[in-house]
Design a protein around this ligand. Structure first.
Ligand SMILES: Cc1cc2nc3c(=O)[nH]c(=O)nc-3n(C[C@H](O)[C@H](O)[C@H](O)COP(=O)(O)OP(=O)(O)OC[C@H]3O[C@@H](n4cnc5c(N)ncnc54)[C@H](O)[C@@H]3O)c2cc1C
Length: 530
């Protein structure tokens, strides 16, 4: 007799695990099936070289929803967030910009570049706080669809409209500008210092195939800023043990609630009969039945690869095909013998404990994008680095360090085609090391191990279509009630009992857990459990 579950979750990334934990806590018999040998998806820790435990993909945690930490009691299951303090931006001429959590120090530092910008920074911080307060409740709700007359959606729209009205008129204008402008146009309204604008605009391009001057990037800046706000009083930093420790803590909470988890279990097909999901078929042919199937993988993989098209309306399939991935990021993880020494601020100071950003000017950032537009990786890329081993020595052998480099732009679609990444991987790795070495010349002599992850690797190994780190771009036409496709942003699908619960659903990518949690609420609502 084949096994039967109440719910099967496709994928053991952090959202799939959150989804499973909430369903099991509501009394469901749940099975999580993960394709890889290890849980976590893009939130994973792996020992790539002996003693060096890399946060292979995602590397900092900022957005994890506080209600999930609380409700799943994640600290009891091993979650510990260590603070990440500030952003250090080395500059080519020997100067630098170093913003820290200590407000007074940051004011002094920005004044060194421009007194006017120090004043504006204060005002900017207050305005962004208001924007985040407005947007934050939306992160925990199923997005209301303004095109329907559903009373539940109308109530939510009314709630949001009232919140919008309660903002000051200046904040209302800011909100609209944030939704429409480019990161640089938005920042230009506040600041004059080039390096400050360049380094701040970087949060606007992460995971997108857009440049800092492309409209829409101001919203992505806000998406990442919400974590920084949390960071001031809550959890912005490193997970002890790497980002895989977050997934492991969630997995522990899920197991405690009774969830069964299998790794090396790749799903080939979703079983559909009579317009209803009935279970899954693994790549090895095993069939497992369930009343509910909840997919934490992206719409491309879920609908175009796991389901026969005859089960889906053609207009829906058309929307799924239109959903944009356009991966633009790579990752280079370095095992180091010693710490990098920056020419502009030598020595092992506190500036190495936060983020280190290679974003020296607005022109540098935009030029990096120019190359990607024509199908090449940036010869001088934007790089966001951290050295987690300084804060959490457990991730490297004594006296050794890890330098994690998140890199843009590394377009999935190289002009020679995505397969060309196989030939360009090491040259791309060299470009990243050479770029950082311009600011920290000792780097080349202290690298003892190097892992280069291309967007092709993200697609093939992590199941992120076209290597998009957020399971689909965070561009305006793919957000809120439009994510993943118009009419289906409520975690349901045209197939009954088949749900979506990963980053391709609202509120999108990042180690947030929100899609997994909200999807569980919707599933339980349909089952009459809530
Ligand atoms: C390089 C990189 C850097 C990033 N940096 C950060 C960061 O610093 N901070 C941050 O907050 N976010 C970051 N992100 C984004 C964040 O990691 C992701 O948005 C998030 O982890 C996605 O979680 P998820 O559970 O929705 O999906 P995923 O993590 O994609 O999980 C989906 C799971 O499904 C599995 N799967 C796929 N196909 C199948 C199948 N056929 N059968 C069974 N299982 C399958 C996959 O193996 C995977 O484990 C980064 C992402 C990347 C790639």
């Amino acid at each position: 007799m084949p096994a039967k579950y109440d719910a099967i979750i496709i994928g053991g990334g952090h959202n799939g695990l959150v989804n499973a934990a909430y369903l099991a806590r509501a009394g469901k018999k749940v099975l999580v099936l993960e394709r890889r040998h290890v849980l976590g998806g893009a939130a994973v820790t792996e020992e790539i070289f002996p003693g060096f435990k890399f946060s292979v993909c995602s590397y900092v945690v900022s957005l994890l929803r506080p209600e999930i930490i609380r409700e799943l009691d994640l600290p009891r299951h091993g979650l510990e967030i260590l603070p990440l303090d500030g952003t250090f931006t080395p500059m080519p001429g020997g100067d630098h910009l170093w913003r820290v959590n200590d407000h007074a120090r940051t004011m002094r530092e920005i004044s060194r570049h421009s007194r006017a910008d120090a004043d504006a920074y204060e005002e900017f911080g207050k305005a962004m706080l208001q924007m985040c307060r407005f947007v934050k409740p939306i992160l925990s709700m199923t997005p209301p669809d303004p095109t329907t007359l559903n009373p539940r959606d109308l109530m939510k729209l009314l709630f949001l409209g009232r919140r919008f009205q309660s903002l000051s008129s200046g904040d209302r204008y800011n909100q609209v500008q944030l939704m429409t402008m480019s990161a640089i146009d938005f920042l230009d309204q506040w600041f004059e210092t080039d390096v400050l604008k360049a380094t701040m605009s970087a949060s606007g391009i992460i995971g997108t195939f857009l440049g800092v001057r492309s409209p829409g990037t101001a919203y992505v800046l806000l998406h990442h800023y919400m974590g920084e706000i949390d960071g001031a009083f809550r959890s912005w930093g490193f997970a002890r043990g790497g980002t895989g420790a977050i997934s492991e803590a969630i997995a522990e909470a899920a197991r405690e609630a009774g969830v069964e988890i299998r790794t090396r279990a790749s799903i080939g097909k979703i079983l559909v009969k009579g317009g209803r999901a009935r279970g899954v078929v693994l790549e090895n042919g095993d069939e497992i039945q369930a009343d509910i199937v909840s997919s934490s993988v992206d719409p491309n993989r879920t609908f175009l690869r796991m389901i026969d098209p005859e089960h889906l309306p053609s207009e829906f399939l058309e929307e799924v095909r239109r959903y944009k991935f356009r991966g633009s990021s790579g990752k280079v993880n370095l095992a180091l013998d010693a710490l990098p020494e920056f020419t502009c601020l030598p020595g092992p100071g506190a500036h190495l404990r936060g983020a280190i950003s290679i974003s020296p000017s607005v022109e540098y950032m935009e030029r990096a994008y120019d190359e990607a537009k024509y199908g090449a990786y940036s010869s001088r890329p934007y790089i966001d680095m951290v050295i987690p081993s300084l804060t959490d020595p457990s991730v490297a052998p004594p006296g050794k360090h890890i330098l994690s480099c998140f890199v843009q732009y590394a377009p999935y679609k190289l002009k020679e085609g995505p397969e060309a990444w196989e030939l360009k991987r090491e040259a791309f790795g060299d470009t990243v090391v050479d770029t950082v070495a311009q600011y920290a010349p000792n780097l080349k002599n202290i690298v003892v191990g190097r892992q280069v992850i291309t967007p092709l690797d993200l697609d093939r190994e992590w199941g992120l279509t076209e290597g998009n780190i957020f399971q689909g771009e965070l561009s305006l036409e793919q957000l809120f009630f439009l994510r993943p496709v118009p009419g289906w942003a409520n975690y349901r699908t045209p197939i009954r009992n088949l749900y979506m619960c990963g980053s391709a659903t609202h509120p999108g990518g990042g180690i947030m857990g929100a899609p997994g949690r909200i999807a569980a609420m919707e599933i339980l609502k349909d089952r009459g459990a809530r």
